[in-house]
Every structure is written in structure tokens, then in C-alpha cells.
Design a protein around this ligand. Structure first.
Ligand code: ZN
Length: 413
């Protein structure tokens, strides 16, 4: 059962994130001296790629490309791996545009704004939640993301968390149980009772639809002991950890994440030297979410400090209605470059292979023979344009498992 093969040829610049393949081959590689950040991208110039049955069958110089059933001339444009958005909150109802406007007028962000969305989400029907999630998923794909994580966390009852994850699982295998997003108002006087609920009945109900568990360990949310209790229970139930850590102030989140061997510590805005060392010495990926700092007018994380220490850095949207209502990984790349001093190559790697590392799916976020055909054709000659041309739609086509996701005639192609 062999599907039609598709040849993408005349790719001006192909990013594979597979540097060994590029170096081992005698194909045309840029001879300019490259830093380690660019070398990690495994660039091929004047390249071609063949995909069939959802996987990549061949990568090499355009001049040596074998025949295929269909041929797409990329006319010198760039091709990159699809973005891997490892942090997104997509199942909710309502929006908080007025809160955003007030914040831009001078009000500070506090974690409690989440409760506004909880009220709207509880009141929504399954179909309303499903339709809103579908709309955001369409946006994500349209912006070049081929893998996206989806968290619960706006239900905060057993039933509402369970249905949030059931709906999330209709769109992604990367679903995350975030019952410990914020303390719901009905438990305001009973923190211990809510931690017990999350660690017990809520976890049991959500487990069948979830791949991960997450806790917001920060001011106004959950402390180190509560987070550890919940994440330990989740790990025992088979859900590895992710942690919202050190977004609002210095705190224990990163240390909790490393101690429970979380796949990722997310935000990492306020880090001590010990936090940076702990991340660099662990398998826990540091995921930076500059959309949140942009949308709350907060100081950005020091990504250079994490990179210099040797930590693995991922970049994600944190798409959520309160503090980062964007589905655009290109925007996050531009912010990472402009505001966090990452090179464009580092930002692209973090948005693709970095996200894959944060989801412990190393076959994603890269282009290699035998790997999934999740890729993006840019309306630009180079990945550099993702940061160089902020706010401009440069996504010409997206393939997920070899299937084109945008209209073939997009951008007049
Ligand atoms: Zn988040």
C-alpha cells in the first residue's frame, strides 16, 4: 500500500536539524564559516526532498533528485521542519480582551485572571469548547505548527477537566492534565482538599485522555510541596511531569521540575544561578514563552544565560486567552531574537527540535529519511526571514505526515 510520492525540488535552503547527515554527505553545503547555532540546523542548499506514505524518503541535492509521482518546484524558497509548539492552552471559552486592554493601560498581571476563563469554560457546551479548540488548531497549523501540545486547566472540576482532555485528545496526542492551574474559588478555604482532589479522583478521570501532567508552581497558584504531591501522584499513574515554573517571581518551580524529572520547566523568567545549573545538569528542557512577557509587558527570560550554561531551550506560544493569545510561532521566534538575544538559528531550533525535546519526541522537529514528513514551505528564501520580517505571513504550505494542510493555490503557487 504505497501512496503517491511527492518531490519538493529547487529548495533554496533546507533546514533539517540533522547536522550529521548534512556533514556526512558530499552535497552542496554552504561554505561560509558557521557558528554552532547554524551548524545545528543541518542546512542544505539547492536541495530536494521526497515524501511518501507520510514519511521522508529522500533528501539530497536538487540536481540528483530521483523522479516521483508529483513534483513541486519551490523556486528557491526555504523549507523548514514544522514547528513543535510544546506549550498551549487551547480548550476554553470566552476571551479576556478587556483584561488585556486594562493591563496595557497599567494594571499588573496576577494568576487569578485564570478564574474568569474557568467560569466561561464551565458554562460552555462540549460543542462550543470543541469549536473553539478547532479554530485555534486551524490557526496553529496555518502558522506552521505541525505538532502542538494542549493543556486542560480551565475546568477545575473532575467533570470539566475530564471533558477538556477528552476534547483535547481529538486534536493532539500531546495532551496535558493541568488540574493544578489555579485554586478554584469553591476551594478558596481548602487548599489541601483541592490538592487531594487533583491527585486522586480528578487524576483518575483525566488519565485516559492525557499524556502529561502539569502544575502552575508560582505566586497565586501552587507551592513546591503541593506541586510535588500532585506530580508524584501523576507519575505513579503514568503521566510524566511538566511544570509552569518561575514565571512571576523567583521561586521553587524549576527545582521541583528537575527533582521530579519533568520533561520541561516552562517560562523560566526569574532564575537563580542554581536554577540555571539545575536545568543545564538535567534532562529537563527550559521552555521559554516570550508571548507571555510580550502580552503582560513583563521582563523577558534570559535565554542567553540558559544557552551559555548548556541547557536545552525550547520556544513555544503559551497560547491562552489571558496572557499570550497568539498561535504564531513566527511571532515567538521574532520576539526571541529581538527581545531575548537568541540568534535566529537558535530560535528556529528551539521552535522545532527544542519543542520536540520538551515533548520527548526526538523524531519530530527535524527532517530525516524515515522520519515524519512534517514540514513547512516558506514564502521566503531563508529561515532568517521569520525574524527579519516580523508580522508578515511567510508560511506558504504546511505538510503534516505528508499531507498538505493549506490550499495548494495559497500565495498564488
Ligand atoms: Zn501556560
Amino acid at each position: 500500500m504505497s501512496g503517491d510520492s511527492v518531490l519538493l525540488t529547487d529548495i533554496g535552503e533546507l533546514v533539517t536539524n540533522t547536522p550529521d547527515d548534512a556533514a556526512a554527505d558530499d552535497r552542496e553545503i554552504d561554505s561560509d564559516p558557521e557558528g554552532a547555532d547554524v551548524a545545528a540546523l543541518g542546512l542544505h542548499r539547492d536541495a530536494a526532498l521526497i515524501m511518501a506514505d507520510g514519511v521522508i524518503e529522500w533528501i539530497g541535492p536538487a540536481a540528483r533528485a530521483p523522479a516521483a509521482d508529483h513534483r513541486i518546484d519551490c523556486a528557491g524558497a526555504g523549507v523548514i521542519p514544522g514547528f513543535v509548539d510544546s506549550h498551549a492552552h487551547l480548550v476554553f471559552a470566552g476571551d479576556r480582551a478587556a483584561e488585556f486592554a486594562a493591563r496595557m493601560a497599567g494594571l499588573p498581571y496576577a494568576a487569578g485572571g485564570i478564574r474568569t476563563t474557568v467560569t466561561a469554560t464551565r458554562a460552555a457546551t462540549d460543542d462550543e469548547l470543541r469549536a473553539n479548540t478547532a479554530r485555534l488548531v486551524t490557526e496553529l497549523i496555518r502558522q506552521g505548527s505541525t505538532t502542538f501540545e494542549i493543556k486542560s486547566g480551565y475546568g477545575l472540576t473532575v467533570g470539566d477537566e475530564e471533558r477538556s482532555l477528552r476534547i483535547a485528545a481529538e486534536f493532539s496526542a500531546q495532551t496535558t492534565f493541568l488540574g493544578a492551574h489555579v485554586l478554584p474559588p469553591e476551594y478558596a478555604e481548602d487548599r489541601a482538599g483541592y490538592v487531594e482532589l487533583v491527585s486522586g479522583p480528578m487524576l483518575a478521570a483525566c488519565r485516559p485522555h492525557a499524556a502529561w501532567a502539569d502544575v502552575f508552581c508560582d505566586r497565586g497558584a501552587f507551592d513546591a510541596e503541593e506541586a510535588t504531591t500532585i506530580l508524584t501522584a501523576a507519575a505513579a499513574a503514568g503521566l510524566p511531569a511538566r511544570v509552569h515554573a518561575n514565571q512571576l517571581q523567583p521561586g521553587p518551580g524549576v527545582q521541583v521540575a528537575v527533582a521530579v524529572e519533568a520533561a520541561s520547566a516552562d517560562h523560566c523568567t526569574y532564575l537563580s544561578d542554581d536554577d540555571v545549573d539545575a536545568l543545564a545538569g538535567s534532562r529537563t528542557v527550559a521552555t521559554v514563552l516570550p508571548g507571555a512577557e510580550f502580552s503582560t509587558r513583563s521582563p523577558y527570560p534570559d535565554a542567553r544565560r540558559l544557552l551559555a550554561a548548556g541547557a536545552t531551550v525550547a520556544l513555544a506560544t503559551d497560547c491562552n486567552p489571558g496572557t499570550s493569545y497568539t498561535t504564531s510561532m513566527p511571532l515567538c521566534i521574532a520576539l526571541a531574537v529581538r527581545e531575548m538575544n537568541m540568534t535566529v538559528a537558535e530560535a528556529l531550533w528551539a521552535a522545532t527540535a527544542g519543542g520536540a525535546a520538551a515533548l520527548r519526541r526526538p523524531e519530530l522537529g527535524r527532517l530525516a529519511v524515515g522520519g515524519p514528513a512534517d514540514l513547512v514551505l516558506l514564502a521566503a528564501p531563508s529561515y532568517l526571514h521569520l525574524a527579519y520580517r516580523p508580522g508578515v505571513d511567510l508560511i506558504a504550505q504546511v505538510w503534516r505526515k505528508g499531507r498538505p494542510m493549506l490550499r495548494e493555490d495559497h500565495h498564488g503557487r
